[in-house]
Design a protein around this ligand. Structure first.
Ligand code: DX5
Ligand code: ZN
Length: 228
């Protein structure tokens, strides 16, 4: 049985010229958490934001901050993000040989830990980690950029991830990230996801943050939102 669904705007798609307002709009619109994408130009072909922006984010919102590390060597950095204002830190399974040590370091530093897998990474790569994490993130695109189209085959992987979570750690959340919009969110919920990251579907010029968030929420079978 999955948790009530929650939605986290990815600030990667926000207008950084008015970043504080974007945070306030998300919070006022009832976002459940802020998704904060860290990219190092090595693990993914893009560079994004890091510690100074995380520190400002922690001052700019009361929402939980969900840091998604798309970086090499999370062994070196993950605990520092946990100590630097993150509520939750997710690292990519492909980036470390010592996922258990990284997850333990995050928890010891005061945050909850999650592990992410790219579309090409099998679920079996993180099976043994399920007892040690509170979120499994199944990437529904290849990480690196906002605004990409969801890879449809990942829905089937989400279905298998739900079964694995039910068998090994039902308390663990199943998060999806990449290409989540009004047309894709329902099928991912039906596949078993219960935490939805959305960047370009929430921060765009077509509608307000509140309108976009409400639209996504309306597409979920259940409309409740709960804190992480
Ligand atoms: C991509 C990031 C995502 C991204 C999602 O590498 O991990 O969180 O911001 O953006 P959308 O929702 O636009 O696909
Ligand atoms: Zn992300």
């Amino acid at each position: 049985m999955s948790h009530p669904p929650i939605i986290g705007p990815s600030v990667l798609s926000a207008d950084f010229l008015r970043y504080g307002e974007a945070l306030s709009e998300a919070e006022a619109a009832g976002a459940d958490y802020i998704h904060f994408d860290v990219m190092d130009g090595s693990f993914v072909p893009n560079i994004s934001i890091g510690f100074p922006v995380l520190e400002a984010t922690a001052r700019g919102t009361t929402l939980p901050i969900d840091v998604h590390l798309m970086i090499e060597n999370p062994d070196r950095w993950a605990a520092e993000f946990a100590a630097g204002g993150a509520t939750h830190v997710t690292f990519q399974a492909e980036a470390t040989r010592h996922a258990h040590r990284v997850a333990t370091g995050i928890v010891d530093a005061g945050a909850t830990a999650g592990i992410a897998i790219n579309p090409a990474t099998p679920l079996a790569a993180v099976e043994e980690m399920l007892p040690f994490i509170s979120t499994l993130l199944v990437m529904t695109i290849n990480p690196g950029f906002g605004g990409q189209a969801l890879i449809p085959e990942t829905r089937e992987k989400v279905r298998r991830a739900r079964a694995m979570i039910e068998a090994l750690n039902p308390a663990c959340r199943l998060q999806v990230d990449g290409g989540i919009d009004r047309n894709t969110i329902t099928s991912l919920e039906l596949a078993g996801a219960d935490s939805f990251v959305a960047g370009s579907a929430i921060f765009n010029n077509r509608a307000t943050v509140a309108e976009n968030l409400n639209e996504l929420r309306a597409r979920l079978a259940r409309h409740n939102t709960f804190a992480v």
